[in-house]
Design a protein around this ligand. Structure first.
Ligand code: KG4
Ligand code: ZN
Length: 360
């Protein structure tokens, strides 16, 4: 593992000495983080809406957007309180402007712009996926490119070569379901709640991963992922067992499914590092909170001589602090975003925010 962040903040990747308030409203977490000089975490408040969406078995976009409207102001206040600051201490506002749910993004972008005008400070648009990468700077002083990042979340699965911060090459991505989405779908199948990653993670600890023989889709080929076939294989295996009158514990199914996804993620990440010659690997996004993935990566990276960087689980799932850290760097390399930038629900590669105005 990389060295933890110490009080001394000089490092290989430089950030401007500004206090950034970061807003995250891309999906179902309303979050605000306050970060100084890109690395020093002063506050990170996350209001999760999972209770609101659970009864629908997934995130309902309209419900999410309304909840962001209700929650964002109190979350901003709470973040300032925890940081012991007032709005006048904020030097810049960063906001995740996409990819994400259109209505949810508009709430964050509108709030960021309003704050920018009211405080007379710059506003920077941040690509949510680049934000996930920047979570590493909140905990590790020595992380520096070149590196390969595995970004695994509910909506995205990507292998990215980082040659410098802001300079990314997409090596591969999912051709169908994201890894987190596969966790959520298999969890629903097994009768676990939403989101599905945490209950599967817990259940798998009590299960036998050898119970179901599941495929490891495209494990030795390319850098792309295919997760929907794996989910279908779980369904087929369960149908087959039921037909033969064999019952299996759902913990065993959870463990078998989780092990297959972990095998694929670990192998592809290690192969990408080997092929690109990157000495470091980074794993981020909600699925990077998975305990089995973390355990297996630690072991494998040690064997391979790779430096492994894994933000703490609370910084892997969506949060405003990672947006604030990325915002500081975007401010340094590109300056403030144009006043008329808009929310951008679709992904733009490379992982930098699109700042085109409406209609362009
Ligand atoms: O990054 P994130 O918070 O939101 C998106 O940008 O999508 O990721 C959410 C995803 C969900 O699919 C959730 O089930 C998954 O991350 N997740 C996990 C774990 N914790 C969250 N998956 C596996 N194991 C976990 N412990
Ligand atoms: Zn995310």
């Amino acid at each position: 593992m990389g060295a933890p962040l110490s009080a001394e903040l000089s490092s290989a990747v430089e950030f401007p000495d500004v206090t950034v308030l970061g807003i995250e409203t891309t999906c179902d977490e309303t979050s605000v983080g306050i970060v100084r000089a890109g690395r020093r975490l002063l506050a990170n408040v996350v209001a999760s809406q999972t209770d609101l969406h659970r009864r629908f078995g997934g995130v309902v976009p309209e419900v999410a957007a309304r909840a962001h409207v209700d929650l964002l102001e109190p979350v901003i206040r709470e973040a300032l309180d925890r940081a012991g600051m007032t709005l006048s201490d904020v030097d810049a506002v960063a906001v995740a402007s996409g990819p994400g749910l259109a209505g949810a993004l508009v709430v964050g972008v509108s709030a960021a712009k309003a704050l920018g005008v009211a405080l007379d400070v710059p506003v920077v648009a941040v690509n949510h996926l680049e934000g996930h990468i920047f979570a590493v700077f909140l905990e590790f002083l020595d992380f520096a490119p070149p590196a390969v990042a595995l970004i695994v979340s509910g909506g995205h699965t990507m292998l990215v070569e980082i040659s410098s911060m802001g300079n990314y090459r997409l090596l591969g991505q999912t051709l169908d379901d994201a890894v987190g989405e596969a966790f959520d779908k298999v969890a629903r199948l097994l009768g676990y709640g939403f989101p599905g990653g945490p209950p599967i993670d817990r259940a798998a600890k009590k299960g036998d991963p050898e119970t179901l023989r599941l495929p490891r889709p495209m494990i030795d080929q390319c850098y792309d992922f295919s997760m929907s076939g794996l989910k279908t294989a779980v369904v087929t295996a369960l149908d087959d067992l039921a037909r033969r009158g064999v019952t299996v514990k759902r913990e065993d199914v959870a463990a078998s499914f989780q092990e297959a996804t972990v095998d694929v993620q670990v192998e592809k990440l290690v192969r990408a590092a080997r092929d690109t010659g990157a000495p470091s690997v980074l794993v981020c996004g909600g699925v990077a909170a998975n305990s089995r993935l973390r355990e297996r990566l630690e072991r494998r990276c040690e064997e391979e001589g790779l430096r492994l960087y894994m933000p703490s689980p609370s910084l892997c799932t969506d949060n405003g602090a990672m947006i604030a850290s990325a915002g500081a760097h975007v401010l340094l390399r590109s300056g403030p975003s144009p006043e008329d930038f808009v929310a951008d629900p679709s992904l733009k590669a490379p992982l930098v925010a699109s700042v085109s105005a409406a209609g362009q």
